[in-house]
Design a protein. Structure first.
Length: 257
């Protein structure tokens, strides 16, 4: 699907399934896209990607019908801008601590008239360096970009309703591992208190008409998220999926001897 249809599906509350890219290789991205996923997140926060890797990775994703999304290293405006100008169709901002930080991040993703925080550069890969259609580029960009903010800290939960009310927010992604860390649980997602907190956050976000995003390590976990009404699901990580496939193949081979 293209970027406009991707945003439309989110607005219609139709689920989309993607994965994380930690292997910055266009061929790997093409293979993942050929499997039929809706989107792929290029991870500049935890992954080894560089800004210079991005254009080829975006091209590989789009060649297979996947929407390229980029988790920027942090909320700094220049991080967001460089990914947008390189051609990403979705921006994921980690560790959004409160509504004020959320508003700044959202304004960095769009051109005016109300938001004035995105720098204007029209001769970039995002416009295919077309100097003859600068106005068309500026007028059309906002409709192409999916905005994703990450709630990963316990303090952000206090501002959750204010964040959800911000205009231009497409997805609020609950970073379950960092959130559990901020609560002193160090990844213990099965803690009953954490489960209640998570369910309450999902309820509050969906109540505002905002799509919830979350990570799932396995298809069973992904199914559980979808059943909860979570519509933006990242299924595992490319490197882990590769290892898991070979482990399963090797176990199967050993079972045949």
């Amino acid at each position: 699907m293209d970027a406009r249809e991707f945003k439309a599906r989110l607005k219609r509350r139709e689920p989309v399934i993607g994965t994380w890219s930690h292997l910055p290789d266009p061929t790997v991205v093409e293979i993942i896209g050929a499997a039929g996923l809706d989107f792929i997140v290029f991870d500049l926060e935890h992954g080894p990607h560089s800004f210079g890797d991005l254009p080829a990775l975006y091209l590989a994703a789009e060649s297979q019908g996947m929407v390229p999304v980029t988790r920027v290293p942090g909320p700094d405006n220049s991080n967001i801008l460089r990914c947008l100008d390189s051609g990403t169709k979705g921006v994921m901002v980690p560790h959004v601590e409160d509504a004020a930080a959320a508003a700044r991040a959202l304004e960095s993703m769009v051109y005016g008239p109300t938001a004035r925080n995105r720098g204007v550069a029209t001769l970039t890969r995002a416009s295919l360096f077309d100097g003859r259609n600068e106005r068309a580029h500026l007028d059309g960009q906002n409709a192409l970009i999916t905005s994703i903010l990450m709630v990963e800290d316990s303090g952000a939960l206090e501002d959750l309703d204010a964040i959800c009310a911000l205009p231009g927010l497409d997805v609020l992604f609950i970073g379950i591992y960092d959130l559990s860390q901020s609560l002193g649980l160090r990844g213990n997602l099965d803690d009953p208190g954490f489960q209640r907190l998570f369910a309450d956050a999902v309820r509050r976000i969906t109540g505002h008409g905002v799509t919830v995003g979350c990570y799932a390590a396995t298809p069973v976990a992904a199914r559980r998220l979808l059943d909860l009404g979570i519509g933006f699901v990242t299924l595992c990580v490319d490197g882990a999926m590769l290892r898991r496939s070979y482990e399963q193949a090797l176990a199967e081979l050993k079972g045949l001897t």
